[in-house]
Ligand binder design. Structure first.
Ligand code: SF4
Length: 208
């Protein structure tokens, strides 16, 4: 058993997420193998967090956010940034898999906000949080209200003023969802990968 208090806290939170039954209408979430949850994935020491909307079917089965599907676009971003997926911290605005990959309902996002808050604000505390999709954006803007966080523009460009005190601010970035990018022509996809990879690189560099 780990002696690191943050690891212990994460393990306790993961157990709470797996046992949670807060969302039971109109669909019963967190049914094992059907609408099951997966806690945040990757390194709790990462300076870069990625937040998606909800678990897809394959992600639920693998117990890993952004596994396959549109996650392959993000895989290319990690690779181009010189990182493994496990170097980052990756989670979702709701931790369960909604039936038929439907959008999360507002009450589900509200119910799950406490778990997201503990993951991001209390355990991992990434300096750069990347939210993909409108539900992730809404959840993050309520977790990091202005002026506590600085929103970076998309397409990403390295900010002129380098972070002098990395503990000073959290930076938020909201690129389009990779699912949408998969529908775009190859040059547009390539540009997305290049810019998101640069943001990830910058997020890691900023805390060196
Ligand atoms: S979405 Fe979140 S709050 Fe709702 S049942 Fe799943 S873990 Fe619990």
């Amino acid at each position: 058993m780990t002696t690191d208090p943050r690891q212990r806290r994460k393990a306790a939170l993961d157990r709470r997420i797996k046992a949670c039954r807060k969302c039971d209408r109109p669909d019963r979430l967190n049914e094992p193998g059907v609408t099951e949850s997966a806690p945040g994935f990757g390194s709790i020491d990462s300076p870069v967090g990625i937040v998606g909307e909800a678990l897809c079917q394959a992600c639920m089965e693998k117990q890993e956010p952004f596994f396959g599907g549109s996650g392959r676009v993000l895989d290319r971003c990690y690779e181009r940034a010189g990182r493994d997926k496990t170097d980052l911290f990756i989670t979702n605005s709701i931790h369960c898999h909604p039936p038929d990959d439907r959008d999360p309902y507002p009450h589900e996002t509200d119910n799950c906000a406490g778990f997201l808050r503990i993951e991001l604000r209390e355990i991992v505390q990434p300096r750069l949080v990347i939210g993909v999709g409108k539900f992730a954006r809404a959840a993050l803007l309520s977790l990091y209200p202005y002026p506590e966080a600085r929103e970076l523009n998309w397409p990403f460009r390295v900010p002129r003023s380098r972070m002098s005190d990395p503990s000073e601010l959290t930076y938020l970035l909201f690129p389009p969802h990779p699912y949408w990018i998969m529908t775009r022509p190859p040059p547009e996809r390539e540009k997305y990968v290049r810019r998101l990879a640069r943001a990830i690189e910058w997020g890691f560099d900023a805390v060196r």
